[in-house]
Design a protein around this ligand. Sequence first.
Ligand SMILES: Nc1ncnc2c1ncn2[C@@H]1O[C@H](COP(=O)(O)OP(=O)(O)O)[C@@H](O)[C@H]1O
Ligand SMILES: [Mg+2]
Length: 598
Amino acid sequence: MSDLDHEEDLAKTKLDRRMANRMVSLLLPVLPRVIFVILVELILVCSVIARPWFLREVIDHGLVPHGHGWTLDVPIVLYAMIGLTAVWIVRFGLGGLGQYLSGTISLLVLKDLRLRVFSHVQALSVRYFDRTKAGRIIARADRDVDSLEPAVINGPPEFLGMLLRTVGAGWLLYITSAHLFWLVFPLFPALALAMAIFQKAGSRVWSHVAEAKSRVTAHLCETISGVRVIQQQGHEAKNLENYRHLLLQLDHTSIHGSWAWGWFGPYSSLLFIIGMSLLTVKGGIELTSGQITAGQLAQALFYITIFLGPLQELGDLYEKLATAAAAAQRIFLLLDTPIEISDVQDAMTLKTANGTIEFDHVTFSYDKASPVVIHDLQLLIPAGQVLAIVGSTGHGKSTLVQLLTRFYEPQTGKITLDGHDINSLTQESLRRQVAVVLQDNILFSGTILDNLRLAKPQAEDGELISAIEALGADEVLTRLPAGYKTLVGAGGSNLSHGQRQLVCLVRAYLADPRVLVLDEATSSVDVHTEQRLQKALRHLCIGRTAIIIAHRLATIRDADRIVVIEHGRLIEDGTHAALLAAHGKYSALYQANENEQG
Ligand SMILES: Nc1ncnc2c1ncn2[C@@H]1O[C@H](COP(=O)(O)OP(=O)(O)O)[C@@H](O)[C@H]1O
Ligand SMILES: [Mg+2]
């Protein structure tokens, strides 16, 4: 499946090829500046097409035949020189102003677009990230926006300037000599025809090139985030080969593109040369027969250069616009991707919950095509209960947590918090009430204290440190090189797994949620640390509903209640003692665990 097909599928909409409207809509917020740029461009064009007129004045009236030579009509030449100088000054000043204005327009437009893309990506549901490679998203949010830049900065004024120069010079050429105008006019239909043909080939080619580039980026991102595994498995050579293959594909599509497009430049140059030749020959004939003056011919030659000049710039500009259109398509598709899980219209903000949770006949699968993970699950957790969920790996325990925090929605049944369907609450208030500590958590760059402050932005250092001490995490964390001020590397890589875990537990403690979920949260700290944490965790659970998923069963023995999940179904429910006595799945798991711990 190609990149664009994949995106179309995710966005559940076909690619809208009427890009121009949406590109123009990006310019709406800076409309006054755009109008100003157009005015500046108009004056610039007037200054360009005024020059040939001065030239003709000098040739026809400034040079006066005198005997065998010429004399200068000084006032006329002076007046033409002053005129030309004025025109140059205007051009110089306005040219700079125009560049400055269009530069600021593009910065504003692209900054807005970047922010829109970023906030949309951030809001997209986790399912989108399950299905899309990080590199593809980065390629869109970053490089595709960059590819719009040449088109947004130079594109519109260049195009406008070209159009105005062609129309203005064409009109003046017509006035100067109508039959010379009609002589070169057929070049324009010839150009339009070529443009139509190249346009068809071009738009497809540029979107293939953009796609090939985004595959290269995606592979790079995946390699960087998985570099340990790649090195561990000695997979470097094969991985390099895959990268080479992607680069070859990129080369291939780019070469194909340049090959098709390469003809446009020479073709339009050819039209230009034909136009100039026709005019020179015909003009020469008319000059000798006295139909036009030398000044008029010079003026006409100037106009024709201005008139046909755009032919040569067009190829370049066209390529910029085509690349930009391909990039814009990809960005708009990303922006069109619906946010699957969003707050309902009159979503309720739950201030403080009691913490009663109910899974009411919940059935869920991650995808239509994939197997059902949770089967008609019925589970009521009263407020304040400490509930342990046990079961073998892959049987749906973490999925229950994902559903409770509404990262995914069940296909049937509902989940309630204090009797409110969680779909009727704002996601923000739901997630504020339900804090989750996972087995492997990401820390952000900054110090340990900065990371803790995410849970409580206004907290003083002292408050954060008391929380660390309250959970008994101080002994481990103070041993870090710079104590609590230790800088956390990318993703938390310079901390041990256990240290990262401790930081996340303290963070959850600071957030003071009504419902606390620990999904294998202490699985990666050593038994000694875990035992010390137990006391703190018990302290952490007081006064709130707690759901603890653990595979070291010794740690959940004192839970108020234990449920066993198998193949997404609840198969046992009771206290530690009751379940042991029942000699069922729990008892078997517990025995196996005991033997393992020795
Ligand atoms: N994001 C996901 N997309 C698709 N399938 C998933 C996803 N996460 C988990 N699964 C599947 O759901 C099943 C249950 O996984 P999980 O709830 O993580 O199990 P547990 O936490 O009990 O080990 C597994 O078969 C797993 O392959
Ligand atoms: Mg799990």
